[in-house]
Design a protein around this ligand. Structure first.
Ligand SMILES: [Zn+2]
Length: 213
């Protein structure tokens, strides 16, 4: 479920207020989760510099509170892998376009975000991505099984958020939707996925949304 504050993490692309570009709502019929309320879709078109046009989608059901977000490019895109080294505070502004089909890895933090039924799509920056990870990890607080590791993890994550830890962000998407975008040419390393790699990742598209090591 998407918490209310996650709208802030869409990187200012708020679907609920003051949207001037093509936007609207659609009724999708009976909610598949509670089978009582109506599932509604809010959509808005956005142009992300260095990426192109995309549709931001938010699904919600007022009856059971179900909420999910995703995004869809309006132009054809090639399955690719993006890699960036975050070395200083300003690198935290590098844009992250993450669709529900995106795989995100931060090896230095032991973070892997894999697509799954609860996978969300959003546009944010590296700082916003770390904030989402912090929020997801914080829900594990009080779980005795992970307590010690979690404390260390959250401390390391804080260092990353404060720009005092160097780390790598890798984004891969077998559907080509997700991307990392920097204004600095050559900062983000991009390569097309091989056919085999894209196929392997497509098979993994059903998995868990957040894996904590
Ligand atoms: Zn519902």
């Amino acid at each position: 479920m998407l918490p209310a504050c996650a709208y802030l993490l869409l990187g200012g692309l708020n679907l609920l207020t003051g949207y001037s570009k093509p936007a609207g709502e659609a009724a999708l019929g009976l909610c598949p989760f509670c089978r009582r309320g109506e599932l509604r879709l809010s959509y808005a078109e956005e142009e992300v510099v260095g990426f192109g046009k995309l549709l931001l989608l938010v699904y919600k059901c007022e009856n059971c509170g179900y909420r999910a977000s995703d995004l869809m490019p309006l132009e054809a895109r090639e399955p690719a892998s993006y890699k960036v080294r975050i070395e200083e505070v300003k690198d935290l502004n590098i844009k992250v376009v993450k669709a529900s089909s995106g795989f995100v890895e931060i090896p230095e933090l032991g973070v892997e975000i894999k697509p799954g039924p609860a996978s969300e799509g959003y546009v944010t920056n590296v700082e916003g991505l770390l904030a989402r990870i912090e929020e997801a990890a914080s829900t594990l607080k009080g779980d005795r099984g992970v307590e010690g590791n979690l404390k260390v993890f959250l401390e390391t994550l804080r260092k990353a958020i404060n720009g005092v830890k160097v780390f790598t962000v890798i984004v891969r998407d077998p559907l080509g939707i997700s991307a990392l975008i920097s204004e600095v040419p050559g900062k983000v390393e991009r390569r097309p996925l091989s056919r085999e790699e894209a196929e392997r990742l497509r098979r993994q598209l059903v998995g868990v949304a957040f894996e904590y090591k």
